[in-house]
Write a protein that binds this ligand. Structure first.
Ligand code: ZN
Length: 112
């Protein structure tokens, strides 16, 4: 499958990985929309149109927990955003969770 996120998960493409467990990888977005802009992806290729089994749902929960852990580590948990783009709002079908934060002044209402 020609999926850029699958290749990152398999380490076939470089990425600045900041979090990883058995099921997910978190890495820096190469085109950041905020001072901290990370992406969390399942290692397994999952799309929103898929029918999720129980393990898939645990993986999706792990995305949120991974983002929370990193937000705590980066001390941005007081003001950050977690965003899933679904369908035509996104560019890559492989499910990915955006973690945005690190603003020093005001928090933008919409930025992605
Ligand atoms: Zn993929």
């Amino acid at each position: 499958m020609d999926c850029i996120f699958c290749k990152i998960a398999k380490k076939e493409l470089p990425a600045d990985i900041i979090y990883e467990n058995d099921d997910i990888v978190g890495f820096k977005n190469i085109n950041p929309e905020s001072p901290t802009h990370l992406l969390f992806i399942p290692k397994k290729h999952l799309e929103w149109k898929d029918n999720f089994n129980h393990n898939d749902l645990l993986i999706l929960a792990s995305l949120i927990n991974g983002a929370k852990i990193v937000a705590q580590e980066k001390n941005i948990l007081n003001a950050c955003k977690l965003i899933f783009n679904i369908g035509q709002t996104g560019h890559i079908d492989h499910i990915h969770l955006h973690l945005l934060g690190g603003w020093t002044k005001s928090v933008p209402k919409y930025n992605i």
